[in-house]
Design a protein around this ligand. Structure first.
Ligand SMILES: [Fe+2]
Ligand SMILES: [Fe+2]
Length: 240
């Protein structure tokens, strides 16, 4: 079943927002722990897997999860459009960002459709700290700035991909089907950003590995550190 079809079908187990409740949360932690125990975490960019406590909270907070996820898709499209303006003379970059922006908006439409079918009431949510803290590492001047913006984009997409893979089996139902469907796209997106980072770094003699390392360390801190607010990219809940 495609993600869109899953959204059409709806799912009684998710209707009424946080009806997944404590049982699902406990099961999610067990699943995440089993996942971690089964295979050590290995990823080309990310240094750490999503903590089981975050997965449990996400399964118990489907409304906030979906509302913030919808915001992330809009923001991903908006970032791609901003990069098209920032590097307008680069036709390879603008073409890739144009495609990416359109795809992110289609993702937004899928999430919005699922929210409607689950009767999730839209609300204004302040963004979490994740993207803003990562962007603090971005150089202010070129040519370093272009490399950093691409590396930053790669990490955000890679973490989205990793979270979708972790969430899909844990949350199940129509939301799980949607997340499973989005997983492949986000894997493709992080590679698009990483290829653009490689290209910009090679063109300007910048040490890409050093930039990736700095972002990887900060990213892992944000994912494993305590976080007062639950969002799609937040850290470990309830430790503040
Ligand atoms: Fe997306
Ligand atoms: Fe994406």
């Amino acid at each position: 079943m495609s993600a869109a079809e899953a959204g059409d079908a709806g799912d009684a187990s998710m209707t009424g927002a946080a009806t997944t409740g404590a049982t699902t949360a406990v099961a999610a932690v067990a699943l995440a722990e089993a996942r971690g125990a089964a295979a050590p975490f290995s990823h080309p960019l990310l240094r750490t897997a999503t903590p089981g406590a975050w997965i449990a909270l996400a399964c118990g907070s489907p409304d906030i999860l979906l509302i913030d996820h919808a915001n992330c898709e809009k923001k991903a499209a908006s970032t791609a459009l901003s990069l098209m303006f920032a590097y307008a003379e680069d036709l390879e970059l603008t073409d890739k960002m144009s495609r990416l922006a359109r795809e992110e908006l289609r993702h937004y439409e899928q999430v919005a459709k699922l929210m409607k079918s689950l009767r999730v009431v839209p609300q204004r949510l302040a963004p979490g700290r994740y993207a803003e803290r990562l962007r603090r590492l971005v150089a202010k001047t070129e040519p370093e700035r272009e490399v950093d913006l691409m590396v930053c984009g790669a990490f955000i997409e890679a973490r989205s991909c990793e979270r979708f893979a972790a969430l899909a089996p844990a949350i199940g139902g129509s939301a799980g089907a949607l997340f499973q469907g989005l997983h492949d796209a986000e894997a493709r997106h992080y590679r698009v950003y990483l290829d653009l980072a490689r290209r910009a770094a090679a063109r300007n003699g910048i040490d890409l590995a050093a930039r990736v390392k700095e972002f990887a360390v900060r990213e892992a801190e944000l994912i494993t550190g305590p976080d007062a607010v639950f969002r799609f990219h937040s850290g470990v809940p309830g430790l503040l």
